[in-house]
Design a protein. Structure first.
Lengths: 351, 296
């Protein structure tokens, strides 16, 4: 499942609270200044000839200092208030997740017998081109001849997939059966030289490579083989196809052109593939592997439509930062006031 | 009813002032230049009495110094001239207002006059209006005058104006009086100086200035202070500053010194009343200085 963040709309959870709080702050400020202005009458003692106090240089210095400190204090307090208001309004980001449920599993199931090397290289090359466009699908690679080997299990780590497919392409395209790269790569697929290229066993093995059986996923196998078995396997082809059908696995078969020389084998292979709802194509006669890739793309139809998930996230950073700046500013101003007071006292003691 | 006078008498009867009380009466008596010839009675000598008045024979008989008292040739008038501007409504120190102090020193002078059988008159006023009372004797009259002073001094009144007050006195008072000026001015403008010079010719001028509250005083640090002139608050945060306190003290000291110098040049006897405790002493000093000044 892939989550895509579609346009985070940022706004207040309680937009009405913001003007209410702003009005409250403004109201408090007005009330405060008014009450300070009106406070002069009652309860105060009168002092006369205060004008000479105001004329003193020290008085002016103190007033200047107080004005600066007061302004800083007011600004810091207002910033803190703004932060608190923003926090109070609760900034939230609304995110819509379009759920793309590409629950597809694709298993590349390649016959690694000598005759298939070029076909495999071709299939892998084609497949690499579409890995980049995949989203959420899981891809696995199994090679088989007498025995099946999982090169890598189903995964959506596409970098890894591309790397592995590159290795596979290099190995298969290295120059035939006798190259070292090929034999190293396919080592272990043949344990008994009398039993090779067992299409039935290979298909059955690949069907068994699918995990998460309880989930509703589209499963496909891209099966490349020339259906030229040597010896007797556990499963014959129709039985393996039956197994695939039961597991709801679609088998897309790709056969090299040489298969056409053996019509019965080709027909058997074709029947097995189509019986699972898949396709059968002969490499080279109709655009080859590209057709298979297209068929895989068509598996999209089994995607499950889910409504987009709406997620609302608190974004308190702006408010916190503002309030933090404000409170920090208040602290700094108070500190400055304290330092000035201490300095005054020092000078007093010194003199 | 006589609330102001009672308070003044109470204060005078406090132990510390008891001695001074007699002295004050002697000093006051010595203010009068012209004395009657008719012998009235004898009384105990108090410091400040003129030595010429001692009846040596009677003293020898009575084993204590006695002075002769004469019937005054004519009654003298003490003219209380009180500035009642709004600055007088302010505080003098942490506990007492300048108004109380003005009433106190006026009442003290008035009481001395009344006790001596003299008449007391009052001129009070500020920049807006001046007001005069007829000279009359008796404590009841004095009490009424004191009440008038007390009620005239209001924080919402006009500004103090010593010049206007002196001009009013110069214009309206024609008899010779003992002119007791009570004000709170920190300096004497030129016009007021001219008027004072002119008034000293006619009257025995005694000038009492009342000090102001130092807003930086630690005793009033917790109190809200409002400038009586501008109705603006004197902010509390700067009143703790010691440097400001020092500068203000220096300024006030300089102003006081220059005022004293100016009044000395004018030949006006002057005392500053700093607080209630020193008020009696200040009045006493004032009378004494006046006596010496005249003899010079």
């Amino acid at each position: 499942m892939e989550l895509t963040w579609n346009g985070g709309e940022t706004g207040f959870r309680w937009p009405w609270l913001v003007p209410v709080l702003v009005l409250l702050v403004v109201g408090l400020m007005v009330w405060w200044t008014r009450s300070r202005g009106r406070r002069t009458a009652a309860g105060a003692s009168y002092v006369a000839h205060a004008a000479r106090l105001r004329a003193l240089p020290r008085y002016r210095a103190l007033v200047r200092r107080q004005v600066v400190l007061g302004t800083c204090l007011t600004v810091a307090a207002l910033v803190a208030c703004a932060g608190a208001i923003v926090l109070g309004g609760r900034v939230q980001e609304r995110q819509t997740h379009a759920q793309e449920d590409r629950t597809r599993d694709i298993m590349l199931c390649l016959d690694s017998s000598g005759s298939m090397a070029e076909v495999d290289a071709e299939v892998v090359r084609e497949f690499r081109t579409i890995v980049g466009g995949l989203r959420g699908e899981r891809v696995g690679l199994t090679i088989w001849s007498g025995v099946a080997i999982t090169v890598f299990p189903l995964t959506d780590d596409y970098d890894y997939v591309l790397e592995q497919l590159g290795e596979a392409e290099d190995a298969f395209g290295a120059g035939g059966v006798y190259s070292e790269a090929y034999s190293v790569y396919t080592a272990g697929t043949v344990i008994d030289w009398d039993i090779q290229s067992q299409l039935g066993d290979g298909l059955a093995s690949c069907v068994q490579r699918f995990d998460r059986r309880d989930e509703d996923r589209s499963r496909a196998i891209v099966l490349a083989s020339d259906n030229e078995p040597i010896g007797q396997g556990v499963y014959d082809l129709p039985a393996a196809a039956e197994l695939a059908r039961e597991a709801n696995v679609v088998v897309h078969a790709i056969a090299p052109p040489t298969t056409g020389d053996r019509p019965s084998a080709a027909r058997l292979f074709s029947d097995a593939a189509t019986s699972t709802g898949g396709t059968f194509s002969m490499l080279g006669d109709d655009g080859s592997a590209a057709g298979v890739i297209k068929a895989i793309g068509d598996l999209d139809t089994s995607e499950i439509e889910r409504p987009p998930v709406v997620q609302v996230l608190d974004r308190p950073r702006l408010g916190t930062v503002l309030a933090g700046i404000g409170v920090g500013g208040l602290g700094v101003v108070w500190l400055a006031q304290g330092l000035l007071a201490v300095r005054d006292r020092r000078e007093e003691e010194a003199s | 009813m006589p609330a102001h006078l009672t308070r003044i008498k109470t204060r005078l009867s406090i132990h510390a002032h008891r001695k001074v009380r007699g002295l004050l009466e002697g000093e006051y008596a010595a203010l009068h230049v012209g004395r009657g010839i008719d012998f009235n009675d004898l009384r105990e000598y108090v410091r400040g009495d003129d030595v010429k008045d001692i009846d040596w024979k009677a003293s020898a008989r009575g084993r204590q110094l006695l002075v002769k008292r004469y019937v005054a040739e004519r009654k003298h008038t003490v003219l209380l001239c009180v500035s009642t501007g709004r600055s007088m409504a302010a505080m003098n120190d942490a506990a007492v207002g300048k108004r109380e102090l003005a009433v106190f020193v006026s009442g003290l002078m008035g009481l001395l006059a009344v006790r001596h059988g003299d008449l007391v008159s009052l001129v009070r006023g500020d920049a807006a209006e001046q007001h005069a009372e007829r000279p009359r004797g008796g404590e009841l009259h004095l009490e009424r005058l004191l009440g008038g002073i007390h009620d005239a001094i209001r924080p919402d009144g006009s500004a103090a104006d010593l010049t206007a007050l002196l001009r009013y006195v110069a214009r309206t008072v024609h008899r010779r009086t003992i002119l007791v000026i009570v004000c709170d001015d920190t300096s004497v403008p030129d016009e007021a100086a001219d008027l004072l010079r002119r008034l000293t010719v006619q009257h025995e001028v005694l000038l009492l200035t009342i000090g102001d509250l130092d807003p930086t005083l630690p005793a009033v640090a917790e109190r809200r202070l409002v400038d009586v002139d501008t109705a603006a608050e004197v902010p509390g945060w700067l009143r703790h500053d010691r440097q400001l306190r020092r500068e203000l003290a220096a300024l006030v000291g300089a102003e006081e010194a220059s005022l004293r110098r100016r009044l000395d040049q004018l030949g006006v006897v002057h005392e500053r009343v700093h607080d209630t405790d020193s008020a009696v002493a200040a009045v006493f000093r004032l009378l004494e200085r006046q006596r010496h000044a005249r003899r010079r």
